[in-house]
Design a protein around this ligand. Structure first.
Ligand code: CA
Length: 711
């Protein structure tokens, strides 16, 4: 761009011009806008503003003299001419009304012997399709149709062909990926056509058990890469999609790892950290860099580093499909982590190249919103962005049969978008799960517009990671509070907060009601962010012996499982996963991030205990009520001596009464009961004996129940 002058179309009647003081002191008495035929219109200079190095002129032009999608230039009094760039006009209500397109065929669609390409580029003056850009390159001019849509049909089945769009916009000609592209060659060098009718995979949806309430979920989070990179196993496709579903894989001691191990846990859902194309790994040399993948490049294309052949666009599509199919066959649903809050790089994104200034949130002074702290925020409120996000989610449900979405930094997405997402996805797949991080980030949205915990009443069907739960049950997660203990780590001052957490913060009684339904609380103490629970215990309870710290890990795992709300685990939490105290390992090595299967055996008692408590949650209804009313009618607390706690659950489907005793302290207490109960769970896991009294041992949870009297 000419650094002497820039001119921007900011509304249907407004042109903003910046003139450098290095050029005629930034002074011009007149400006004209000129079309390609040389027809000139004199602009009305409304105001000028000294910005230091430049003078900003706000000019008016008669409405409808500028026709969007045509080339214009702006000329100043010394005859310097620069292209008129469409800028904040794309954020105006009139623009969005005029150029909204509800077409459902964006991207490349194959229908028999025809392949159609459709892209939305309302401010572009020309758009072409570049077919096979790196081989027998063909350039096909596309035709502008209604609402800023460009399209072309090629009378061939172009399954697996590569393509780019060539966009002439704002005085530049750029090559761009297809934002709707469903596959790609390595390192997003081009989009690729997929004819989904050629992919015949049975997704085994019929093998899945019924799932009709979020509160029945036990989710385990992992990254595709971490799941199988442990070098001490015989997994063949380590770090790849297919490495997740190898049956019979074992470690050097013959213990099951990977898929077989995961199946033994009892999870209802696996949650995968980002699997859509991200930037920070070299797909052809994936071992060079490690990254979690929260830096999106293509939303509808899977990550190539996880495929066996990153340059074959079919590889990632079929391999991930096989993953979903295999997990479904095992009765486990697959949720994926989606990052619709920001992109890796604005300038290089297909969005910005195709419709500059449209897709990212900004003020009207050229400042990008940065609530994500990653440099930019996606502008979900813009109608075509909202539509894109919904279309993208639908694509993944329809073509990969995924069962749920975890929205990264959901607080950056506006409420109306999340409401529409919820409505749309529920209509396609009633068992779908939707949940995310409802933190209040400083994005350019009013708080009432953000999908944050304090607005959760407005988002039916959407759950939130419960940070109150995380920080009070375990103790603060912030890096400078490593020594701070929550209730489970032995600070009795958190007993009331612990009660509030146990009921998914649905009751006002303890001063911390956050949700109108337990289905909205993701109850967790560990996720990929922050220190692992085990590292936190080691930091906060470093004076305690290993045996006691292990008891705390078990205590926390049981608490997460029997709490109301959605039970959420970071995979490895069941075997005291460690990252050696690192609290942000997003680009640390495989050795820090991998699932270290040797620990499964090392902490076998914790693994078995965790599996048992998960079994118990599934067996009885007391630990997953669906409504706030049920919780308030059935769950009661009694404070016991020394800071211990009793949770009483009355009149469940299975029992007349369930009693849960919590003792997070290194002391013992003898409990005499008011009659005979069944001991159903203790420090060794599931149990089933009659008792009338018992020792509540140090750092332990005891669950007893009174069976219903059969009439
Ligand atoms: Ca990638």
């Amino acid at each position: 761009m000419d650094n002497r002058m820039q001119a921007y179309c900011d509304d249907f009647d407004k042109i903003t011009i910046y003139m450098s003081k290095g050029y005629y002191m930034g002074q011009s008495r007149e400006f004209y806008v000129s079309d390609l035929c040389g027809n000139q219109i004199l602009l009305d200079i409304e105001s000028s503003n000294d910005l230091g190095d430049t003078i900003q002129y706000t000019c008016r032009v008669e409405e409808d003299k500028i026709r969007i999608g045509r080339d214009y230039s702006v000329i100043e009094e010394h005859a310097l001419s620069v292209p008129l760039q469409y800028r904040y006009i794309v954020k105006t209500e009139r623009f969005n009304k005029s150029y909204y397109s509800d077409r459902n065929d964006f991207g490349a669609t194959v229908n028999g012997d025809t392949t159609k390409f459709v892209v939305w580029a309302p401010t572009a003056t020309d758009v072409s399709l570049i077919l096979n850009p790196y081989s027998l390159k063909e350039v096909h001019p596309m035709i502008g149709v209604e609402s800023g849509v460009w399209e072309i049909s090629i009378p061939r089945n172009l399954h697996l062909s590569n393509y780019l769009f060539l966009i002439n916009v704002n005085g530049k000609v750029v090559e761009a990926l297809d934002p709707y592209g469903v596959s790609s060659i390595a390192n997003h060098k081009a989009s690729s056509v997929i004819d989904f009718s050629k992919i015949q995979i049975d997704f085994n949806d019929d093998k899945l058990p019924k799932f009709d309430s979020y509160t029945d979920a036990v989710i385990f989070e992992t990254s595709v890469r971490d799941f199988s990179t442990d070098p001490n196993t015989n997994v063949v496709n380590k770090g790849k999609f297919l490495g997740m579903i190898e049956e019979g894989a074992v470690d050097s001691n013959g213990h099951p790892v990977g898929f077989d191990y995961f199946k033994s846990l009892g999870a209802t859902h696996i949650q995968l950290m980002p699997i859509n194309d991200f930037s920070s790994t070299d797909e052809l040399f994936p071992h060079k860099f490690y990254n979690w993948g929260y830096d999106p490049v293509q939303y509808n294309t899977l990550e190539g580093a996880y495929s066996l052949s990153p340059n074959n666009p079919l590889s990632r599509v079929t391999e991930f499909s096989e993953v979903v199919s295999a997990f479904h066959a095992a009765g486990i649903r697959v949720n994926i982590d989606v990052v619709y809050n920001h992109m890796f790089d604005v300038a290089q994104s297909a969005f910005e190249k195709i419709v500059p200034y449209y897709y990212f949130r900004s003020d009207l002074n050229g400042n990008l919103s940065n609530g994500s702290f990653c440099g930019n925020d996606i502008d979900s409120k813009s109608p075509m962005v909202r539509k894109f996000i919904i279309d993208s989610l639908v694509h993944q449900v329809e073509h990969y049969h995924v069962d749920g979405f975890r929205f990264d930094l959901m607080g950056i997405i506006d409420i109306e978008t999340m409401q529409e997402i919820s409505k749309k996805l529920k209509s396609i797949k009633p068992s779908i799960m939707m949940y995310g991080e409802g933190w209040n980030m400083p994005t350019m949205l009013s708080d009432s517009d953000k999908t944050i915990i304090s607005n959760s009443d407005l988002t039916p069907g959407i759950a939130y990671f419960n940070d109150y739960y995380r920080d009070n049950v375990k103790g603060s997660t912030s890096a400078d509070s490593k020594a701070v203990k929550g209730y489970v780590l032995g600070d009795g001052n958190y007993r009331d907060a612990f009660k509030a957490a146990l009921v998914a913060n649905t009751q006002g009684e303890f001063g911390s009601k956050m949700f109108d339904s337990p289905t909205k609380s993701v109850s967790y103490v560990e996720a990929h962010d922050n220190m692992t629970l085990w590292d936190k215990i080691n930091a906060a309870c470093q004076d305690e012996e290993l045996e006691l710290r292990i008891k705390r890990q078990k205590f926390a795992n049981a608490t997460v499982t029997i709490s109301q709300g959605i039970s959420f685990y970071h995979m490895g939490q069941e075997f005291c996963r460690t990252k050696n105290g690192e609290d942000n390992s997003y680009r640390s090595s495989d050795s820090v991030n991998m699932i270290d299967y040797a620990r499964v055996n090392e902490f076998k008692t914790v693994v078995e205990y965790t599996k048992d408590i998960i079994k118990l949650k599934k067996q009885i209804d007391a630990f997953g009520f669906n409504t706030t009313e049920e919780i308030s009618n059935k769950i009661f607390f009694e404070d016991l001596d020394c800071g211990m706690l009793l949770m009483r659950i009355e009149d469940t489907l299975d029992y007349e009464r369930v009693l849960v005793y919590f003792n997070p302290f290194n002391v013992s207490s003898h409990i005499k009961l008011d009659g005979q109960y069944r001991l159903i769970f203790d420090e060794n896991g599931l149990n089933d004996v009659d008792i009338t009294e018992f020792d509540l041992k140090p750092i332990s949870i005891i669950i007893i129940a009174k069976p219903k009297i059969k009439e």
